[in-house]
Design a protein around this ligand. Structure first.
Ligand code: CTP
Ligand code: CA
Length: 243
């Protein structure tokens, strides 16, 4: 039977969604983090569940208040750091029909985390040495190309971009789409006052059709509304892959 759900029909599909933002420990009590609330990822998990999918939510530091009341069918794996998120995503990948990387991943982590609390020393400032984190999304795309059993997996990235004098936000997103090797990239324009934590958002879904980049129309609305559009686009990808 055709689904009447606005997000399409994902019955029998297994969807893994990362949400929130990773934190990188400096010492037992301090971390480097970002302002991602996890609301977008939770909205996606709910939309995928409503469309009939089995959902695993890999939750990076999401407020417990936001996680209460999640439908029972959504399983949750909590993670903190980028390396923990990476290993949780690779474990989940073997199970998944589609992966959506909505988490805000720290690009860098401290080169070393101390086991005891850092102490102030002298009167000077402090220089932290950071090392680059692995690109989890890239790793998932690479793993898919290595495993024939994963060939039909759909992989979706997110890109929150701001424009600058040289380049428009959308152009950065287009370049990211090409670089990442994903099937869909959800571009979110965060220029100006369209900052993190707001309930209203605007996205455009970037995909490709026979080698040409296709930029979808602008979707404005709540994170729930935008999530339905993203899940509908994932649902479309399944029909493309299988036809
Ligand atoms: N991502 C990831 N691993 C990283 C960084 C990002 O999996 N180490 C994922 C994010 O979850 C998102 C997508 O990649 O789905 C794009 O994230 P973004 O930070 O925009 O991309 P970067 O490659 O880190 O590029 P930038 O220099 O613009 O931050
Ligand atoms: Ca980044």
């Amino acid at each position: 039977a055709a689904s009447t759900d606005p997000s399409g029909d994902l019955s029998g599909r297994r969807i893994v969604i990362s949400a929130g933002g990773t934190r990188e420990a400096l010492d037992p009590v301090r971390f480097l983090g970002n302002r991602s609330s996890g609301k977008q990822g939770i909205a996606l998990a709910k939309a995928a569940h409503a469309a009939g999918a089995a959902v695993e939510l890999v939750a990076a530091n999401i407020d417990t208040g936001l996680l209460t009341g999640l439908p029972a069918g959504i399983t949750m794996t909590p993670v903190e750091s980028t390396l923990e998120l990476q290993s949780a995503m690779h474990s989940a990948q073997v199970w998944a029909d589609a992966i959506i990387m909505a988490a805000a991943v720290a690009d860098y982590r401290p080169a070393e985390a101390t086991e005891s609390k850092m102490k102030k020393s002298g009167d000077d400032g402090l220089t932290l040495r950071l090392v680059q984190n692995p690109d989890i999304l890239r790793g998932l795309v690479d793993e898919r190309s290595r495993q024939t059993s994963l060939r039909h997996q759909i992989i979706v990235g997110f890109a929150a971009e701001t424009g600058d004098v040289a380049t428009a936000a959308l152009d950065y997103a287009r370049a990211k789409f090409e670089r990442k090797g994903v099937d869909l990239l959800v571009f979110n324009d965060v220029s100006g006052d369209r900052a993190f934590g707001h309930d209203e958002t605007m996205v455009q879904i970037i995909s490709s059709d026979r080698g040409e980049i296709v930029v979808g129309e602008e979707f404005h609305g709540s994170k729930d509304h935008v999530s339905q559009k993203v899940i509908a686009a994932v649902s479309d990808q399944f029909t493309h892959v299988e036809s």
